[in-house]
Design a binder for this molecule. Structure first.
Ligand SMILES: Cc1cc2nc3c(=O)[nH]c(=O)nc-3n(C[C@H](O)[C@H](O)[C@H](O)COP(=O)(O)OP(=O)(O)OC[C@H]3O[C@@H](n4cnc5c(N)ncnc54)[C@H](O)[C@@H]3O)c2cc1C
Length: 415
């Protein structure tokens, strides 16, 4: 079988799409081959639980680049194609067609796979997980004939899907291990604010419940929790987190981080093998800003790391120092933004007016900002980012008073 050669081999979708654009933007004129398992060209996933799920946006709206861009920019796009193996010594990959591709530099941005709940009844029809366009299409199609949807999970996927479906008129019940929705990331108080908002729109919550079984004849019509509670619905959507997809990297012998399960990279996003980089959900990198290893599953980070890896590939390697940013929309009822991530904190400082739907929360750890959440106060987020990146000491009473005063100029803290 013929052997193809690519100067830059990009494996994946979303982050790889951004890597390809950045390579061309920066004047790299070597051959680029982008290989992705899905049928669509690289696309962003946030709309799948939001406007695309609600039928308010087209598939193409989510594409990283228009389909024509790849040909116009000399990027060979192989969709619907799996990379089966990677030989780091020989610097080749094998595609599912049996073809071998030689490369000089490679990006592994293989994303993540959803956690499947393997309990009794798991093979029943109408149990949905959400990662790709097809999942979103299937949820929308089944929800059209459903009176009530049961969502399993207390994080942003379940909350966003419930908000989207309820805003279109379908009743939703959310079952979660957490006592309060979204509390793992934002704490109990902020989580309660979001949960109460969703409850005020008619979404029901069952907190502190672990799924025991799915029940139904041919399709799921209820979930049963381990406390014996039965929650009925016409279909189920599960949002139980994801695991980085490191299959190709692991088999190739790249170092995998034991704690976060990602591909171990240095500060510049280079893996344990020279010339092979990682970006996005699979990338575990040494973060100078946080002083620790970090792997996050955020849209913005995948985009920026794809671009950053491109610069590393063309010899402009720099430490990746962006503060991770995340956003989420609950229908058009609330939009949140977040920088961090704060894994734990010893104090929260609230700013603004939660009752009026505009506030910020600063999460402090050892007297420094470890994370910040904003709702309708984007202007605070930039300041929070600087405070976090610069490690500004905000332990004093004056600094805390500034953080808590909605009319203060937070710029004063970083001068
Ligand atoms: C429904 C949903 C909503 C989201 N909403 C938000 C949000 O509001 N805000 C936010 O910040 N983040 C959000 N995210 C997370 C964000 O979308 C991800 O962090 C981002 O997509 C990660 O990009 P990536 O390029 O690392 O991986 P992906 O987008 O998963 O792309 C990886 C691609 O690699 C392919 N692949 C894997 N293995 C191989 C192989 N061997 N050969 C070829 N191809 C392979 C996969 O099939 C996949 O297409 C959301 C995610 C989902 C699922």
């Amino acid at each position: 079988m013929a052997r193809q050669r690519a100067e830059y081999l990009l494996i994946g979708g979303f982050a790889s799409g951004y890597c390809a654009s950045e390579l061309r933007k920066r004047g790299a004129d070597g051959s680029i081959l982008l290989v992705g398992r899905e049928q669509d060209p690289p696309y962003e996933r946030p709309p799948l639980s939001k406007e695309y799920l609600r039928g308010e946006a087209k598939r193409e709206d989510a594409y990283v680049n228009p389909v024509s861009w790849y040909e116009e920019n000399g990027v060979e796009l192989r969709t619907g194609t799996n990379v089966m193996s990677l030989d780091v010594e020989g610097r080749t990959v094998k595609l599912q067609s049996g073809e071998e591709v030689e490369f000089e530099k490679a990006l592994i941005a293989t994303g993540a796979n959803v956690n499947i709940l393997r309990v009794d009844g798991a093979t029943l029809d109408r149990i949905h997980y959400l990662r790709a366009f097809g999942n979103s299409d299937n949820i929308r199609a089944d929800a059209e004939s459903a009176d009530r949807v049961v969502l399993v999970g207390g994080s942003y996927i379940a909350c966003e899907v419930a908000a989207s479906l309820k805003s279109k008129g379908t009743d939703c019940t959310l079952v979660m291990m957490e006592d309060v929705a979204l509390s793992r990331t934002f704490g109990d108080q902020a989580g309660r604010w979001f949960q109460e908002l969703l409850e005020s729109k008619g979404i029901e919550f069952h907190g502190g419940q672990t799924l025991a079984t799915f029940e139904g004849d041919d399709h799921a019509s209820a979930v049963v929790t381990d406390s014996g509670e039965t929650i009925e619905g016409d279909m189920v959507v599960v949002g139980a987190g994801v695991r980085p997809d490191v299959m190709v990297a692991q088999r190739a012998g790249l170092e995998i981080d034991e704690d976060d399960g990602g591909i171990r990279c240095d500060e510049t996003l280079q893996s344990s093998v020279e010339g092979i980089y990682a970006a996005g959900d699979v990338c575990s990198y040494e973060s100078r800003v946080h002083g620790r290893r970090l792997r996050v599953e955020h849209w913005d980070v995948a985009m920026q790391q794809g671009q950053h890896a491109a610069r590393s590939m063309i010899g402009e390697a720099q430490p990746y120092e962006a503060v991770p940013y995340f956003f989420s929309d609950l229908a058009d009822w609330a939009s949140l933004e977040y920088v961090g991530p704060a894994t734990d904190w010893d104090e929260e400082i609230w700013r603004g007016d939660p009752d009026a739907g505009e506030f910020a929360v600063f999460y402090l750890k050892d007297g420094k900002v470890a994370g910040a959440l904003t709702v309708e106060r984007s202007e605070d987020l930039g300041h929070a980012r600087s405070l976090l990146a610069e490690g500004v000491d905000v332990s004093g009473d004056e600094a805390k008073a500034l953080l808590g005063d909605p009319d203060s100029d937070l710029g004063e803290l970083t001068i």
